[in-house]
Design a protein around this ligand. Sequence first.
Ligand code: GLP
Length: 241
Amino acid sequence: MKIEVHPDATAVACRSVDVICSALRARPDAWLGLPTGKTPVLTYAELKARTSTASCDMNRTTACAVDEFCAPSENVGTNAAFYAEHLPFCGNLRSPSAAAPDPLSEIKRFASAIREHGGLDLCLLGIGVNGHIAFNEPGSPRDSRARVVDLAATTVRAHAEGFGGEDNVPRQGMTLGVADILESKSLLVLATGASKAAIVAAAIQGPVTADVPASWLRGHADVTWMLDQTAAAGLNHAQRG
Ligand code: GLP
């Protein structure tokens, strides 16, 4: 496990795009897992800037969602809406359909396509304040696969703004499972801001447990945590590097 601590969120975004672009130079037809959330927004803005100057070429890249809400439509608040806003430059974007009539079949089909590719080449992740990765909420086992899940109360609250109020947030989501995520060749976890300090410390230094799904990432051979100073504040000195 590698841990990089950068001065601020902008530096995390720049450095994370260095890693993405270097992965794409090594494999231009890579499949990337790209999360939603507030954390990766700066990364995607930087990625957009670099792809527009051709210093990073995504023409042959496949970008994959890691989760989606089970929602009545694809419009406001969904991850599809997020991707349309922040990743419009990704021509080949794969995402499960939020309004699929059979969400379990939808996410299983989506995960199968990733498995047929041989797993994601690089998967970016954020971390929820409760330790979730994608929509693998606390309680998610190490061997969990793509499935439909009930969203935790903190997750529903975190998405209230996007859906125009907590009451409108779907209570279920589709997610790649922990095992699907761990099959990625390389993992890059982004965390910025003081609100993530406690959970980052728990995931990196605490017990490896389903109570903190991000702690499962410690079993992966190629995982990098990319943190800003405030998100790294709970780590002990040795781990901050
Ligand atoms: C969301 C997403 C995750 C994301 C996480 C953190 O619910 N399903 O993929 O990593 O929560 O979001 P944020 O970056 O806004 O804290």
